[in-house]
Design a protein around this ligand. Structure first.
Ligand code: CAA
Length: 273
């Protein structure tokens, strides 16, 4: 039944059509339990706009329930060159404003604007899914933060992560600062952000930014392999375990032990009750 419904809407998330996505340079495909989001503006190095973020958020809102793994990738030489540089011009991105227009917004409107953009990134952390960023070439600014929004990063050996915002007078505000600190620690995060230097594949692997580095031509296969490994475990146990792992940092050992007991009670009752 779910399959038939999905076929009817062409396998796309129900509140965003393929045509709408194509207009903003995104492809979205669902194959069984795996959904793939492709940033598809390779001629502009998959630069991101508010329209990109709105579409990503809408994909998240209506992700088919059976999806367990979401792959985020970029077409062409770069994963993503970050925010569309037209935002820095007085004209901005047609229909989407500019930093100059955002500067005129009052506190509440500015807060809402960035909050809306952040929704594109936040859903990728949901316990019900595991998100994998497949990253090749440049992942700059918003591109780096999109990779950081995913649970795992499988990268090509030509990857170039760069948190360019401070070099442009801005801060990273697309949900990337917390995962960056959690992955590499505050000192390395300060080093990476405040120098806006490039992090290459070998360092990314060493400091925990990337789970795996492969040759460029092997990236798709490596991601497919990881997705298959993730699908090999019990779905409900995977969701409960991700919930436990995500909550671990914010809890004391005693609280974490209690959380383990509560999740296990639910699992044991579901399996053996
Ligand atoms: N926005 C809009 N267009 C972009 C773009 C961007 N971020 N990055 C690249 N492009 C466009 C170029 O203008 C060029 O278009 P044309 O062919 O029409 O001239 C095309 O993509 C190819 O670009 P390059 O020739 O520069 O490609 P390259 O492979 O030699 O270099 C690159 C790739 C290193 C990513 C380089 O394009 C670059 O430095 N881009 C800008 C990166 C950047 O500063 N991004 C902003 C980061 S800050 C952020 O994202 C968050 C924030 O809130 C500020």
């Amino acid at each position: 039944m779910a399959e038939a419904q999905e076929q009817q809407r062409g396998g796309y998330a129900e509140n965003v059509s393929a045509a709408e996505l194509a207009e903003v340079g995104i492809r979205f495909e669902v194959d069984g339990e795996i959904a793939t989001i492709t940033l598809d503006r390779p001629d502009k190095r998959n630069a991101q706009t508010f329209a990109t973020w709105s579409a990503l958020a809408r994909i998240g809102e209506s992700l088919p329930e059976r999806v367990r793994v979401v792959v985020v990738k970029g077409e062409g030489p770069s994963f993503s060159a970050g925010i569309d540089l037209r935002m820095f011009t007085p004209e901005g991105v047609p229909g989407q404003g500019s930093f100059a227009s955002a500067a005129k917004a009052d506190d509440t409107s500015f807060d809402q604007l960035v909050d809306q953009a952040q929704q594109a990134f936040l859903w990728l952390r949901r316990p019900e899914i595991v998100s994998i960023a497949a990253v090749q070439g440049h992942a700059i600014g918003a591109g780096f933060q999109l990779a950081l929004a995913c649970d795992l990063r499988v990268v090509a050996d030509d990857v170039k992560f760069c948190m360019k915002e401070p070099a442009l007078g801005l801060v990273p505000d697309l949900t990337g600062t917390k995962p960056l600190v959690e992955l590499v620690g505050p000192a390395k995060a300060i080093d990476i952000c405040l120098t806006a230097r490039v992090v290459h594949a070998d360092e990314a692997l060493r400091i925990g930014l990337a789970e795996r580095v492969v040759a460029r031509d092997d990236l798709a296969a490596a991601v497919a392999e990881k997705a298959a490994e993730l699908l090999s475990t019990n779905r409900d146990a995977a969701v409960a375990t991700k919930r436990l792992l995500q909550g671990a940092r914010g809890r004391t050992l005693e609280e974490q032990c209690a959380a383990e007991r509560a999740e296990q009670a639910a699992r044991v009752r579901a399996l053996f009750g």
